[in-house]
Design a protein around this ligand. Structure first.
Ligand code: GLU
Length: 294
């Protein structure tokens, strides 16, 4: 008798800077959620952006390994599989679910919006341009982004922390004007390709989950279960950043970092095995952790 394949969780850092204690805490939680439910755990380097660097990515992986975050198989590098995103975009184009958008960020912010349109949602400016209007926009020289023609205003996902969460689904970007596949597309394609059925990450991405789950549905992919964990904030209540002081593993050391993280969760432990034994998702702190470097 073959055993069913376990699902998988993942951590997917963007290698734009060294991981700080907030990122490491999220990584520990993603690992705990996956391992405590018998899932595999995968590592994905989200390096589609040209501003990211291989040596930063390698340092991030080394830091994760140093605090005991173990993963199955080799890490995946998004930049090494660019064609897979183009293939999916081509499928959506074929289904008439994509349009070119010439708007700048400023255009979007200053565009008139329907009275109840949510803040930050794309107002649909380029959705129904005529052929002539499109040709005129092309003249301006700005290379267009590609947007999804989303035919729903909102979508509901299941989150192990937030329960049923409904959020905006606008015509979000699939490919940026500079040709780089957009985060929302890449994440959905990669999670499905890797058999990820549990997406745990920082609370700042909760509002993106409905867009991603809606796109997964359009592509016939299964819906993952989500878990958006509380962020780590600085003394001013803003998201922790490198400039806040001693926040990286290089600055704090492995032992101190691990102690701070496990104490902040309420399960002081000396290693991941001990922490896993204590982990109880129902008792996970719901509030952000305010971290003040000493
Ligand atoms: N790469 C994203 C980040 O570092 C996270 C993506 C995700 O977990 O979906 O913020």
């Amino acid at each position: 008798m073959t055993r069913p394949t376990p699902g998988a969780g993942r951590f997917a850092p963007s290698p734009s800077a060294d991981l700080h204690i907030g990122n490491l805490r999220t990584a520990v939680l993603t690992w705990l959620f996956a391992r405590s439910t018998g899932r595999n755990f995968l590592m994905r380097v989200e390096d589609l952006d040209d501003r990211t660097h291989d040596n930063v990515a390698q340092r991030q992986l080394d830091d994760l390994a140093a605090i005991g975050v173990t993963w199955d198989g080799e890490p995946q590098w998004q930049s090494r599989q660019r064609e897979r995103y183009d293939t999916v975009i081509a499928e959506l184009v074929e289904r008439d679910l994509v349009y070119e958008c010439y708007c700048s960020r400023k255009d979007i912010l200053s565009a008139p919006r329907a009275p109840h349109a949510p803040e930050g949602a794309y107002p649909g400016t380029c959705r129904d341009l005529s052929t002539a209007e499109r040709a005129a926009k092309r003249e301006t020289g700005r290379p267009p982004a590609l947007r999804l023609r989303a035919d729903t205003g909102e979508y509901t996902v299941t989150d192990v922390i937030h329960g049923s969460y409904t959020g905006v689904v606008d015509d979000f970007v699939l490919r940026r004007g500079d040709g780089v596949p957009a985060y929302n597309l890449a994440v959905v394609v990669d999670d499905a390709r890797s058999g990820i059925d549990q997406v745990v990450r920082g609370h700042d991405l909760l509002a993106s989950a409905p867009r991603q789950a809606y796109l997964a549905g359009l592509l016939g992919y299964p819906q993952p279960v989500y878990g958006h964990v509380p962020l780590v904030l600085n003394a001013e209540g803003k998201r922790l950043a490198k400039r806040d002081g001693a926040v990286t593993l290089a600055e704090l050391g492995v032992t101190r970092t691990f102690a701070l993280i496990t104490e902040s969760l309420g399960w002081p432990s000396s290693d991941m095995a001990e922490l896993l034994g204590r982990f109880d998702p129902a008792r996970l702190p719901r509030e952000p952790w305010v971290y003040q470097p000493v």
